[in-house]
Design a protein around this ligand. Sequence first.
Ligand SMILES: Cc1ncc(COP(=O)(O)O)c(C=O)c1O
Length: 424
Amino acid sequence: MKQWLEQARELDRQDPLLEFRDEFWIPKEADGSEQMYFCGNSLGLQPRRLQADMARELDAWKRLGVEGHFKGDAPWMPYHELLREPLARLVGAQPAEVVAMNSLTVNLHLMMVSFFRPSGARRKILIERQPFPSDRYAVESQLRFHGLEPEKCLVELGGGGDDRVIEESRVEAYLQEHGDTVALVLWPGVHYASGQCFDLARIAAAARSVGAAVGFDLAHAAGNIPLALHNSGADFAAWCSYKYLNAGAGAVAGCFIHERHHGQESLPRFHGWWGADPAHRFKMAKEFRPAPGADAWQLSNPPILAMAPLRTSLQLFDEAGMPALREKSIRLTAFLADLLASGFEELLEIITPFEPKRRGCQLSLRVRAGRDEGRRLFDFLQARGAISDWREPDVIRVAPVPLYNRFEDCARLGDLLAEFSRAS
Ligand SMILES: Cc1ncc(COP(=O)(O)O)c(C=O)c1O
């Protein structure tokens, strides 16, 4: 594996984004060595500058009390507006189409209140096979809420047979045949288990052409792949901020609502005072006058101490730039994929599609010898500082993240795999 390490170090030397690694706290092993952290698809690392940013918010509260809503560098009243432009840049939306609020599953529910409107024979929700459990629980409970039976109205579409990759053409074919029974297509941007990245404009066009609403769960896409939500034509999207967005466990999530739905008063929506027009919010009026754009979907006043990490994180994305991050990400993941294909094919099958445009940074690895051996390999790697995650029934997910992972991390993972293979 020596040549991989040398090559990796050379690639790191040439990496224009290498300095961003120093912006993050890389967890360490007991001996002081830095972990090979491949878990940014689960929980991103803490930006070093966050402590100072958080301290500023705590200080504003300490000094200003309630006046912090209106005074200081970043008054809390319009605080969520500070996130609007960077979020819009990140997901390819108009600023008025995005809002940072709540958490992902909560936002999926709020979006389904507005966009899952079964009527007559059109009452199904189409999702991918093996969705993340929270998505399944959310859609099942929405169906029941409308008096519908998930057994009849929830369609999980797979790739055919055992195939974990789902071609977009399967979605198109299903919708062509059954489109008049589908009320909502809820699809992932990147599948959490396989790492497959979908052509969202194609999925949205297929859904809309048969009159179905379409929304995206971008948990594994936001901050991982470039997105063009406005142009995709989707009705809505929702994502979390603790994975690639590095905003901390349970961080404030994001939501997109296409501008064609703004100001549509016929659209059902749950209301709270923070969704009211800021000019009227404190008039304590009986009547709800919605804020313009996606802001109207807000319910409560935002948790400033939880929004601050997202603000910090989005600054880093603006500084690095999504095109440069994606360019590195493609090369970094290709390096790891090549390394895995150069001697570990008997140990591992990469189930993530090979083509760069069909994947983000994550590779999902199936251990050919089965679940027990897979768990053994996973534990072996964890114990030696290569942090990945295990997804039942048989997948190890590794995600080299371009903001802080090095090519060297991938080469050192290769060394560990070689050691495991030798010992097995
Ligand atoms: C694809 C997907 N959907 C939904 C969720 C649930 O997110 P939350 O707990 O923030 O609601 C996750 C969490 O990892 C996820 O990966």
